[in-house]
Design a protein around this ligand. Structure first.
Ligand SMILES: [Zn+2]
Ligand SMILES: [Zn+2]
Length: 319
């Protein structure tokens, strides 16, 4: 499985990243499957740098805070009003029981049908796995101030080069420390875990988010291979949270970076599709981005430079 960070800024989009959205790809030996973990504010636009929206196999919503679900409103327009017709099945959307009604309300649609003509809404049942192509997703109820919030344990049973490959990704969603979170992350190859709070500043607030320290504690107890911290708000220094987590967890540790693709099993940064995608951005836009101070990074090992980002990239996030 490969995990591409579409958005990872905590609680609302930041200047360098949308709010929570992660593109997970897995190959069943016949075709790649593409599943989105959350679909927070700002993610719909960036996602189109990496894939055709029509290739979304499912959207998995962890909970109904806007930084995790609000761009379903935009996707509804993309599906419903495509002048050439969507031409695909309805998009499967797994989420809390209220998802369909809340999205209809957000858009100002009547709840019936709401967005049901475009989305095939399915409700999570705690601890009951669902199968999506080569993926088995189990939602674990976690602790966050909403009616339903889940962490996802995602087991990939892929066929790569004719051989079966098994790997486990756990995504925390938003949560504080709890036994279910530890259970969801047990022996995971990669633990994508939120760390929205900071010790000494927010650690007195319980039942909402993890600090870097608490994320490190969960990773240690769960025995994960790798910990990738995410959902860090704009007002928090990444290195502070890394140090907090490092004091508790001595495994492979990093902060998620928007635009980067990680191998779930290897933990390696196997591509930087954001940079690669610049090749698909019109030159005028690339120039405007640079003039606005957006830093475009070269691809390691390639001759692209910050001054000339329009270099074809080596990596396609789809297998
Ligand atoms: Zn959040
Ligand atoms: Zn939340």
């Amino acid at each position: 499985m490969k995990l591409t960070i579409i958005g990872c800024t905590g609680s609302f989009p930041g200047p360098g990243s949308p709010a929570s959205c992660y593109l997970l790809t897995a190959h069943d030996g016949t075709r790649p499957w593409r599943v989105l973990l959350d679909f927070g504010s700002g993610s719909l636009g960036v996602l189109q740098r990496y894939m055709d929206l029509k290739d979304i196999d499912a959207v998995l919503i962890s909970h109904l805070h806007p930084d995790h679900c609000m761009d379903l409103c935009g996707l509804h327009v993309a599906v419903h009003w495509d002048p050439e017709g969507w031409g695909r099945d309805r998009v499967r959307v797994y989420g809390p029981a209220d998802t369909a009604d809340r999205m209809a309300d957000a858009y100002g649609l009547p709840r019936d049908p709401g967005m049901r003509e475009d989305f095939d809404f399915r409700s999570w049942k705690a601890n009951e796995p669902v199968t999506i192509g080569p993926l088995t997703v189990t939602p674990y109820p976690v602790v966050h101030p909403v009616d339903e919030a889940y962490a996802f344990r995602i087991e990939g049973n892929e066929i790569l080069d004719g051989r079966p490959v098994h790997s486990i990704l756990t995504y925390s969603g938003d949560t504080d420390e709890c036994p279910e979170l530890i259970e969801s992350a047990r022996d995971a190859d990669l633990f994508l875990c939120e760390a929205a709070f900071q010790e000494g500043r927010d650690d007195h607030i319980k039942g909402v988010h993890l600090t870097g320290k608490r994320a490190g504690e969960v990773a240690k107890v769960a025995g994960v291979e790798r910990l990738l911290l995410t959902h860090i708000p704009v007002w928090t220094d990444h290195s502070t949270l890394l140090e907090e987590a490092r004091a508790e967890y001595d495994g492979n540790l990093a902060v998620a970076v928007a635009g980067v693709t990680y191998g779930v099993r290897s933990g390696e940064r196997i591509g930087d599709p954001r940079t690669a995608s610049m090749a698909r951005i019109p030159e005028s836009l690339a120039r405007a981005l640079q003039e606005a101070g957006v830093r475009l990074r070269p691809i390691p090992g390639h001759r692209g430079t910050a001054e000339n980002p329009v270099q074809p990239g080596p990596h396609d996030p789809s297998p």
